[in-house]
Design a protein around this ligand. Structure first.
Ligand code: SF4
Length: 406
C-alpha cells in the first residue's frame, strides 16, 4: 500500500497543528523553525521528543537527500543533486498527485544550483539559487533538452523550496563559503527545469513561502525572478499575487509565425496576448521586466529578426523593458542547432541597443547552468538514473566536493 505523506511547506499553521495533533501549540513554531533553517528530516529536529520525531517521519514528505555536490567557476558555482520524493515500501513510485499536500510523489533527482556573485565596488555580493518547478516539461520547445525528454511530474511546493533551503543551510553552516558572497541566499530565479507557470499554484505557494518573513525565508519579492515562455493565465495569476517579483519572459522569436515553431505554446497565447499580460503585470507591480532570447544560427538571429524584435518591444502597448538577455544557443543533445558567430551576436545586440533597448549577450556560467529554462536538463539525470549522453561528460568534469552534512 502507498505511503501517504504531507508536504509541510504547503501547510499553514493550522494544518501543521493538525499534523502535530495533541502536542502543545509551540511545537508548530519549533517545526517551522527547523524548516526555515533547512532541516527537513524530523530525526534532526533535536528539540522535539523522540516519539514525535518518529511520528513526523511517517507523516511528512521525505527529506531531500543530497546525492552529489559539485562546484565550477573557481568555486563560485555549486550544484547539489537532490533526491526528492518517495517510493513506497515495495520500491515502486506511488504516482500520487504531486501538486497536492497528500500522497507521496515519485522519486526524482533534481539539481539545485547556487551562483555566487562576489561584491564589487558598485554592488553588494549575491548568492542566487536557480530552482526547477517540474520534472521534465510538456511544452516541447524544439531547442530544449527538457522539452525533448517530455514531462514526468509536477514538483510540490516543498520540493521547490527545499532546493533553496538546502543551499541556504550550507551557506549558513559554512559548508559553502565564497569570498565576497553573503552567507545566505539573496536571490531566487525560477529558471531551472520545467515551466513554472505550468505548475502555477505550487510556484505561487513557493514564492509566498520564500517571501514570508515570519514563516519562510523573508526574501524581498524584488529578489525573486520567475522565467516563463509566456503562459498568459499564469502571468495573470502572478499579477493577482500582487508581489513585485521580476518577470522574465523567454521570447525567442519576434513574430507569431516563427514563435509558433520555436515555442509551440505560442499557438495558444500569441504575442499580442502575451505583451498585454506582461503590461498588466507591470502596471500592477511597478516592475520593469526582462526578456530572454536564445540566438540560434540561421533560425532567429539575423539582422531582420533583430529589427522585428526591436519594433515589437518598442510598441506603444509593450511593457517597459528592463533588459533583453541574448543567450547564445548551448549545444543540446539531439538538437542540430548552434549559436551564431560572435560578431553576429554582437550585431544583434547592437540593433536592439540602437532602438533604445538595454540588451546584452549573456555568457553562461557553470556549463549551461544559467541558460534559458530547460537547458539545465542536459545535465539532469533522467528518471531512470541515466544521464543524457551529452551530460555525462559535463557532469564528470565537475570536481566532486565531499559532503560532510545531510
Ligand atoms: S524551453 Fe522551457 S517551456 Fe520550452 S520545453 Fe524547455 S523547459 Fe519547457
Amino acid at each position: 500500500m502507498a505511503v501517504m505523506t504531507v508536504d509541510p511547506f504547503a501547510c499553514d499553521d493550522a494544518e501543521l497543528g493538525e499534523i502535530l495533533d495533541g502536542e502543545p501549540a509551540y511545537r508548530v513554531r519549533q517545526l517551522r523553525g527547523w524548516l526555515q533553517r533547512g532541516v527537513d528530516d524530523p530525526q534532526e529536529m533535536t528539540d522535539l521528543p523522540a516519539a514525535l520525531r518518529a511520528r513526523l517521519a511517517g507523516r511528512l514528505d521525505p527529506p531531500g537527500r543530497v546525492l552529489a555536490h559539485r562546484t565550477a567557476d573557481g568555486g563560485q558555482t555549486h550544484k547539489l543533486l537532490l533526491e526528492l520524493g518517495a517510493t513506497d515500501a515495495a520500491g515502486s513510485a506511488t504516482g500520487a498527485d504531486a501538486t497536492q499536500g497528500a500522497g507521496s510523489p515519485a522519486a526524482e533527482a533534481i539539481e539545485a544550483v547556487l551562483m555566487g556573485y562576489p561584491r564589487t565596488a558598485e554592488r553588494a555580493g549575491r548568492a542566487t539559487v536557480c530552482v526547477s518547478t517540474q520534472a521534465g516539461c510538456a511544452l516541447g520547445c524544439p531547442f530544449c533538452a527538457t522539452g525533448q525528454a517530455g514531462f514526468r511530474r509536477q514538483l510540490r511546493v516543498g520540493e521547490i523550496v527545499r532546493q533553496v533551503t538546502a543551499l541556504q543551510r550550507r551557506l549558513r553552516e559554512g559548508a559553502i563559503a565564497i569570498p565576497g558572497v553573503p552567507d545566505h541566499v539573496t536571490n531566487v530565479v525560477f529558471m531551472g527545469m520545467g515551466e513554472p507557470l505550468a505548475n502555477v499554484e505550487a510556484t505561487v505557494a513557493a514564492i509566498r513561502w520564500l517571501h514570508d518573513p515570519e514563516r519562510g525565508l523573508g526574501l524581498s519579492a524584488r529578489s525573486i525572478t520567475v522565467s516563463t515562455v509566456g503562459l498568459v493565465p499564469g502571468i495573470a495569476r502572478l499579477t493577482e499575487l500582487g508581489l513585485p517579483i521580476t518577470l522574465a519572459v523567454s521570447l525567442h522569436a519576434p513574430t507569431d509565425a516563427l514563435r509558433d515553431d520555436l515555442v509551440p505554446v505560442n499557438r495558444q497565447f500569441g504575442l499580442d496576448a502575451l505583451l498585454r499580460a506582461c503590461r498588466a503585470h507591470q502596471e500592477a507591480t511597478g516592475r520593469r521586466m526582462t526578456f530572454e532570447y536564445i540566438l540560434i544560427d540561421g533560425v532567429n538571429a539575423q539582422r531582420a529578426h533583430a529589427e522585428q524584435l526591436a519594433a515589437l518591444l518598442t510598441r506603444r502597448d509593450a511593457p517597459r523593458v528592463a533588459h533583453v538577455n541574448l543567450i547564445p544557443m548551448n549545444p543540446t543533445p539531439a538538437v542540430p542547432w548552434h549559436a551564431p558567430p560572435l560578431p553576429d551576436q554582437q550585431a544583434f545586440a547592437g540593433v536592439l541597443q540602437a532602438a533604445g533597448l538595454p540588451a546584452t549577450v549573456r555568457h553562461n556560467r557553470g556549463g549551461d547552468i544559467d541558460a534559458a529554462c530547460g537547458q539545465l536538463y542536459a545535465e539532469q539525470r533522467l528518471g531512470s538514473g541515466r544521464l543524457l549522453p551529452a551530460a555525462q561528460d559535463a557532469w564528470q568534469r565537475w570536481p566532486i566536493q565531499l559532503e560532510t552534512g545531510p
